[in-house]
Design a protein. Structure first.
Lengths: 495, 476
């Protein structure tokens, strides 16, 4: 029997050797590959909580996200994320939760958490000098005054909407606000049960507070799209100027349909002669004029121009993902007329609204919008900084000058759609803009849009605003843009 | 029964003629102190890591465990003075580490659920079951003074074993079904008993008794085909019976792990008794056929294979293999040295307190720690097999060999399962995982091995010296 026992012993030995080899393989060689496997929350947790997370600050030095010692002895996580301004910056910062991150917290996570390879050298220095390693600080392009003005103005309307401000010369995003918003502090809690409760509540909230309307909401641009239509016209036919008289009937019967396109409230365009200069039709926002222009230049020309202004691009990252703004080539001439005035299937994000004005303000060159100015290590040395880059050149400088002039007229002319915000009314601030009111069926529930830049002579800010169900662009969206512009001008000392 | 009890080797009058027999009880005591020191250290480690200080209740835990183990050592001195000195310290260390882990799991809440993996009272139960287990160990030593007496109850033990095995399958699912397997009997809402943990021991003893009686006919009769000694058809009875029993386990109780351990135990004992390789092959093939058939018939078993082969597909990670991969992620995050006791997140893994307790150790004490644990198991099995080889009585030999192999197989099945060496089947990790039945059963197993090792190491009765021509021999 001992011979058999000896063989059994060998079998047992083999079994244990197999187990030992296997645990060595798992814990010695597979740790990295296991850490990258799906659903590994341990790896996420370990990366999140290794170091004190870096701050997120605005370009004018306001801290909008910071990590402090949680101070609770029962808390397994050492630091607590705080958002001192609550919902105001939620569309920008997002939130850091124990399960996953959103917004800048997600897009800059490796730098904020201190695990980015760009920080490796500094970590070694920290190790030698005995300093505690911290996550990097992310400095945004946001101006706190413009942001506060944007959020407060949106909140005052009480309606869902968003506002985005861009520096047209650089593409730096100066304000990015969405309303209704949420308080990221409520999501930064370490109690998972409570977090799930809060998260579920926010997800099922009919007001959709988690939706970042500035980047992820798409709405019909309405007449603000006439910037694209006129740009396409002026580019295609160099003989046309802003003073060229174009057909502007009161009623325009569309080909192959019984549908009649007419202006808002059936108003007469221009002097009622049936023809009006382009600049007048633009300032008064005559739908019949631009419907005809659209049919004349064709859907492909509109599509090309829309694309150059940044539409139909699903890959824009600022570095937050931006939803695609759509121009769909219509199947008929009649629908092309609608698409030329920002209806049919045209949809834009509030960011895209700002980009319309920004391209015009910057002499026809559209700068790539960006949100992160620079990333600094804990010793304040720069780890990364975002360089300015050109996204596209939708129009020539002269066409941009013409369109800008027309946008100025929409505000300056007494019969312009945004005359209420002329320089006299705004204490000398010279604004150029274009209103948009997209029909959604009910007049009072139309989506209101406004795209603008200022000061007219030397623009330093372009603002796009969309208010869902706001009514008229001039009355609902434009005041918000004007408040953002004013706040920014006073912040940079222009007024 | 011999009247010789632990003669002091120092005054052995036979001098150098006979090798000096030592009881090694002092070695055992030193090793126990060492094991206990490790447990104290581990417990303190958990406390400082989770609470930043020695938490309340730790002293009670340690004192209770100290008393339990002290009692075991005294029982060894009293009832089995010649027993192997390593068995008790090794079991003490593993059981103690299990208690530390239970305490650690109960002391930290999972942030996602707000609850710890087990409640404080469940952790306390582990201490209570340790006491009952050591009670069983002492009872074995006190009641079974000579291992051979068990041979008298071969058929009684066999009947008891089969009854215990079948019990959960016979009872309604409301009482016995847990996580898709019918292996437990529930008392009230809290306490459950897994009768199989005791059935295995009873059947091991019954097998040993049966095989000792029949080993000659099983070993010698039969024909030789292709260089293999095949047994006679009529001698296939017992192996068919064991096979049928293990298949019933699979089908009615959906418990492939225990079924494998049970079949392995029987085949190994048959092989030890007969030294006939054909039994190994027959047994192995029969189990394979049974398991494959069952995997087709019983969904629970087929699913286990799928999880094993494709654990990281998105669908599996979120559902069926969630438990396995979370255990693997835990071990992966532990790496070479682990996160430190109290430093990991074992609470993420479902059932980390029972089936997957090994991964919790992997996460917190790392590769170094789990290798040590595996070596402790290996050493325990090695002491058992060594006992089997050195004991003379064939019944004891078979029983010790079978029990040791069963222990090894159980460790292989569960540790191999959670580390994805083989498909994961839910059986307990001896001495480490939560569960009173397993703990008590393993302590009884250690008690049996200790008893047999006492018989193996006990020096033979010495003749009375200087008696002239007439020798007087002490009779039993």
């Amino acid at each position: 029997m001992n011979r058999a026992l000896r063989r059994i012993s060998i079998a047992v030995l083999v079994m244990f050797v197999l187990l030992l080899i296997n645990v060595n393989y798992l814990q010695g060689f597979q740790t990295a590959s296991l850490a990258s496997k799906p659903g590994n929350s341990r790896a996420f947790y370990a990366a999140q909580n290794q170091y004190q997370r870096g701050n997120i600050v605005t370009s004018d030095g306001v801290t909008i996200a910071t990590s402090v010692l949680s101070g609770s002895p029962n808390d397994s996580i050492k630091y607590q994320r705080k958002y001192p301004h609550g919902p105001e910056y939620a569309a920008v910062t997002g939130a850091e939760t124990i399960f996953s991150n959103t917004g800048i917290e997600a897009s800059q996570n490796s730098l904020l958490s201190g695990n980015d390879s760009a920080l490796d050298v500094r970590k070694i220095i920290d190790l030698i000098t005995g300093k505690t390693t911290k996550g990097a600080t992310v400095e945004l392009t946001i101006n706190s005054k413009a942001q506060t003005a944007a959020y407060d103005a949106l909140r005052a309307t009480g309606k869902p909407g968003a506002a985005v401000a861009i520096d047209p010369k650089t593409g730096a995003i100066l304000a990015l606000a969405s309303y209704p918003s949420y308080d990221p502090n409520e999501l930064a809690i370490h109690d998972g049960t409570q977090l799930n409760k809060v998260d579920k509540q926010l997800l099922t909230d009919k007001a959709q507070p988690l939706l970042n309307r500035a980047l992820q909401g798409t709405y019909p641009p309405g007449s603000t799209f006439k910037i694209v239509t006129s740009s396409a016209l002026l580019t295609q036919s160099p003989n046309t100027t802003i003073n060229t008289r174009l057909d502007s009937p009161t009623d325009l019967t569309l080909p192959q349909t019984a549908h009649v396109l007419h202006n808002d409230q059936g108003e007469v365009c221009g002097d009622g002669s049936g023809q009006a200069p382009l600049i007048t039709a633009f300032a008064q926002s005559c739908d019949t004029t631009f419907g005809k222009i659209g049919m004349q230049i064709g859907a492909n020309a509109l599509n090309d121009m829309a694309q150059k202004f940044g539409m139909n691009d699903a890959n824009l990252n600022i570095p937050l993902p931006v939803a695609k703004s759509n121009y769909v080539i219509p199947p008929s001439l009649a629908l092309t007329a609608f698409s030329a005035i920002g209806q049919f299937s045209d949809t834009v994000t509030p960011l895209q609204e700002a980009m319309f004005a920004a391209a015009i303000a910057n002499g026809g060159t559209l700068m790539k919008p960006y949100l992160v100015k620079q990333v600094m290590a804990s010793d304040l040395s720069t780890v990364q900084s975002t360089g300015q880059s050109v996204l596209s050149q939708p129009v020539s400088a002269s066409v941009a000058g013409s369109v800008g002039q027309m946008m100025r007229a929409a505000v300056q002319d007494s019969d312009g759609t945004a005359f209420a915000f002329n320089a006299q009314a705004e204490g000398g601030l010279v604004i150029a803009g274009k209103t948009g009111t997209a029909e959604t069926g009910t007049v009072n529930l139309n989506d209101a849009a406004f795209t603008s830049f200022a000061p007219y002579g030397n623009p330093n800010i372009a603002v796009g605003v969309i208010i869902q169900g706001g009514g008229y662009g001039a009355s609902a969206a434009a005041p918000i843009a004007v408040q953002v512009i004013k706040a920014y001008q006073s912040a940079v000392g222009n007024q | 029964m011999s009247s010789v009890t632990a003669p002091s080797p120092a005054v052995d009058p036979t001098g150098p003629l006979l090798p000096v027999a030592r009881s090694r009880r002092r070695t055992e005591l030193i090793m126990l102190v060492f094991a206990f020191a490790l447990i104290v250290f581990a417990m303190a480690n958990v406390g400082f890591s989770l609470k930043g200080r020695l938490p309340s209740g730790v002293a009670e835990y340690l004192v209770a465990y100290f008393v339990i183990i002290g009692a075991a050592h005294l029982a060894m001195r009293r009832f089995a003075p010649w027993a192997d000195p390593l068995l008790l310290p090794l079991a003490t260390l593993l059981n103690g580490l299990g208690i530390v882990m239970m305490y650690r799991l109960s002391a930290q809440a999972n942030p996602a659920t707000g609850h710890p993996a087990i409640s404080a009272s469940q952790a306390n139960l582990q201490i209570a079951f340790s006491a009952i287990g050591v009670g069983g160990f002492v009872a074995v030593l006190a009641l079974i003074r000579e291992p051979r007496v068990l041979q008298r109850y071969t058929y009684t033990l066999g009947a008891v074993g089969i009854f215990l095995f079948a019990l959960p399958a016979l009872l309604p699912a409301s009482i016995s079904e847990v996580n898709g397997a019918k292996i437990q009997i529930r008392f009230g809402s809290f306490t459950t008993i897994q009768p199989e943990e005791f059935a295995k021991l009873a059947l091991a003893a019954a097998f040993a008794g049966y095989l000792v009686a029949k080993r000659d006919v099983l070993a010698l009769a039969g024909r030789r085909v292709l260089g293999l000694d095949l047994p006679r058809a009529r001698d296939l009875g017992p192996i068919l019976l064991a096979w049928a029993a293990s298949l019933l386990l699979l089908v009615f109780e959906s418990d492939i792990g225990t079924s494998a351990v049970f079949m392995g135990l029987f085949v190994a004992m048959l092989y030890i008794a007969t030294s006939r390789t054909s039994w190994l092959l027959i047994g192995f093939l029969m189990f394979l056929v049974g398991a494959l058939t069952a995997s087709k018939l019983v969904g629970h078993v087929g699913e286990r294979f799928d999880i094993w082969l494709h654990p990281f597909t998105q669908a599996n990670v979120e559902n069926n293999s969630y438990q396995l991969v979370q255990g693997l992620y835990g071990m992966g995050s532990g790496g070479l040295l682990g996160k430190g006791l109290g430093g990991g997140q074992p609470y993420i893994t479902p059932l980390v307190q029972s089936d997957l307790v090994f991964t919790a150790f992997g996460e917190e004490i790392g590769l170094a720690g789990v290798m040590a644990i595996l070596l402790i198991y290996g050493l325990m099995v090695q002491r058992g097999l060594r006992t089997a080889m050195s004991v003379k009585d064939p019944f004891s030999k078979l029983l010790a060999g079978g029990l040791s192999f069963m222990l090894a197989l159980q460790v292989f099945v569960i540790v191999g399962g959670v580390t994805r060496l083989i498909p994961l089947t839910g059986i307990t990790t001896p001495l480490l995982s939560q569960g009173g039945s397993s703990l008590v059963g393993t302590w009884v197993l250690i008690g049996l091995l200790a008893r047999i090792s006492d018989a193996a190491r006990r020096p033979p009765p010495r003749p009375i010296q200087d008696e002239g021509l007439t020798q007087v021999v002490t009779l039993k």
